[in-house]
Design a protein around this ligand. Structure first.
Ligand code: OXD
Ligand code: MN
Length: 590
């Protein structure tokens, strides 16, 4: 036992009585214990040890092919009142859900070991950090949690002997039965129950389940924010660093932006970009009244396909040691890994992600699952911020929203003020691409990229954003929207993206410092085209003008779409949001 905290001990005892494991092992976080667990997972075939010269400390794991992604249809927010979960979440009465799941957990760990994982989301000792305990019957989960969070005895130090403020996570792989798969949150009980999955997003309970769904609910009650945002710092040659947080829906390049390599024009002047986080930010007003952010995680659970030395060299380097690869192709020639988009040379002699030999047809059958992942320690990242472990977090100057829009949204614009910025975030959307199933070009609204991750009613979530703005007053971060995905008439991306996105971030930084001009448009403030630095780029001023163009007719359509979307929230939509929409339409009509 690693703690005297009665609340923890009583709960663990109850869950042991329910799940009836043969053995209970408390994870202290020691290297001996973790090393023995790695050996055990390798000996049972749960994981494979990769080439220890090329990929030291790295392991490979395959999930059940029926279990490769988050399952939104089976994810529930079980608040006591249905209206508190809101129209965008699946809901079930908590009593009913406990009654349904309890028999499924009854005896589920017979013949298995239960691991008790204490973990801290955020640096240990940080006033912004919180404690969780995950019970699981999966070594894979223990080893991933070790990378993604700060696990072990030290996590309990934050909790002390009497506090009840910890998130109770119960996970069992059970039979990995997709029909009985449930990812369930009980926000009022600080509890998460996950069963019949072994896929990261469903079972690493510190991540989406705690750090977004439960934490967003806690943040609303406690005066802080849990957001689906990367955090990066841009260091100027004079040493001053400006921090930006940014929210994008899945598959819009969050990890790439978080780790971007400055283009030559900035690198030669001495600019540097530092990664604080690639997925989640916890934000709270600091003593000076500004908004401070920590990354509650300790590693990156990134999508492997498409990661290469050009798209994201920093991410690739991060995965070169002590990393767990899940559902990628296994190169048998040198016992390494491969995925689509790593390079143009798929291995000859390989096993595909399902575990079958990968014979012939490498252009037809994928070696890696499109959602295959690396779980890599943040400390490996060449551009990890020196402030990564700072318990106070970093002060945020700008918040950026974005999505994939072929025509509507310009390259960048700034909101008129915080309220308008909340409106901009709440109307965030992406158009479906050919890569996803279903129709191409359909607009999917994803407010603040939180649609699948908000643990309560989204109308109340907007209200919380508005209240945070009031509290922060003139110290609130400035809010921007970007779109890297405008296309020409042939459907080609116009903006080069990747590292060159820094050119847009620099306008944002300069706006925060009062060092750049802007032009007022009906949707917000835009840069003067000449204020986007194009040195070294094969793009002319007219192209930038085009990228900044606001098509009033398209925006009138957009406003209609927003009105339809807003109708979902009924009277829980804050009046300020409806007013913002009216004001946008009025500006467009002018
Ligand atoms: C993720 C996601 O896995 O947003 O980070 O889907
Ligand atoms: Mn994410």
């Amino acid at each position: 036992m690693l703690t005297n905290n009665k609340n923890v001990l009583t709960w663990v005892e109850e869950m042991v009585a329910l799940c009836k494991p043969d053995k209970v092992v408390w994870i202290d976080g020691s290297e001996e214990q973790l090393s023995a667990l790695r050996d055990e997972a390798v000996s049972t075939g749960e994981m494979e040890r990769l080439n220890q010269e090329k990929l030291p400390g790295c392991l490979l794991h395959r999930t059940n092919p029926n279990d490769v992604a988050r399952v939104e249809a089976r994810t529930f927010i079980c608040s006591r009142k249905e209206e508190d979960a809101g129209p965008t979440n699946n809901w079930c009465d908590p009593k009913e859900m406990y009654a349904k799941l309890t028999p499924m957990y009854d005896g589920v760990m017979k013949g298995r070991t239960m691991y008790v994982i204490p973990y801290s989301m955020g640096p240990i000792g940080s006033p912004l950090a919180k404690v969780g305990v995950e019970l699981t019957d999966s070594i894979y989960v223990v080893l991933n949690m070790d990378i993604m969070t700060r696990i072990g005895k030290a996590a309990f130090e934050n909790l002390g002997d009497t506090s009840n403020d910890f998130v109770r996570g119960l996970h069992s792989k059970a039979d990995v039965d997709p029909e009985k798969r449930y990812i369930v949150h009980f926000p009022e009980d600080n509890t998460i129950w996950s069963i019949n999955s072994g896929y990261g997003g469903n079972v690493l309970l510190g991540k989406k389940c705690f750090a977004l769904r439960i934490a967003s609910y806690q943040g609303k009650n406690e005066g802080w924010m849990a957001e689906h945002m990367l955090i990066l710092g841009i260091e100027a040659p004079n040493g001053e660093t400006t921090y930006i947080s940014a929210a994008f829906p899945s598959a819009c390049g969050k990890t790439n932006l978080a780790m971007l390599i400055p283009p030559e024009v900035y690198a030669k002047q001495g600019y540097k970009v530092w990664t604080v986080g690639d997925d989640i930010a916890w934000l709270k007003p600091g003593a000076d009244g500004r908004l401070y952010a920590i990354n509650p995680e300790n590693g990156f659970f990134g999508v492997a396909p498409g990661t290469n030395m050009k798209s994201n060299p920093n991410a690739l380097k991060t995965t070169m040691k002590d990393t767990i690869f899940t559902n990628v192709a296994h190169n048998l020639d040198d016992n390494t890994v491969w995925w689509e988009g790593l390079d143009k040379n798929p291995p000859e002699n390989a096993v595909e992600w399902t575990g079958k030999p990968w014979n012939g047809k490498k252009d037809e059958i994928k070696g890696a699952h499109p959602n295959s992942r690396f779980t890599a320690p943040a400390r490996n990242c060449p551009c990890i911020s020196p402030e990564f472990d700072n318990p106070q977090g970093v002060p945020i100057s700008a918040m950026v929203f974005g999505g994939r829009r072929a025509k509507t949204a310009p390259l960048v614009y700034q909101s008129f003020d915080w309220k308008h910025g909340v409106f901009v975030g709440s109307t965030m959307a992406s158009e479906t691409t050919a890569a996803a199933t279903g129709a191409v070009g359909v607009v999917r609204r994803d407010p603040m990229a939180m649609l699948p991750f908000c643990g309560y009613h989204m109308g109340d979530y907007f209200k919380h954003w508005l209240e945070m703005g009031e509290k922060l007053g003139d110290k609130a971060p400035k809010i921007f929207n970007v779109n890297w995905f405008r296309t020409d008439d042939e459907g080609h991306f116009i903006w080069p993206g990747f590292g060159d996105n820094m050119r847009v971030l620099m306008w944002i930084v300069n706006r925060c410092k009062g060092a750049a001009d802007a032009v007022e448009t009906p949707i917000g403030y835009e840069p003067k085209p000449e204020d986007i630095n194009l040195e070294g780029l094969d793009i002319d001023l007219d192209t930038v003008k085009g990228l900044l163009d606001v098509d009033v007719d398209l925006w009138k359509e957009e406003a209609k779409g927003i009105r339809e979307f807003y109708a979902k929230f009924g009277d829980r939509l804050p009046k300020e949001m409806a007013d913002q929409l009216d004001a946008l339409e009025a500006r467009l009509d002018k």
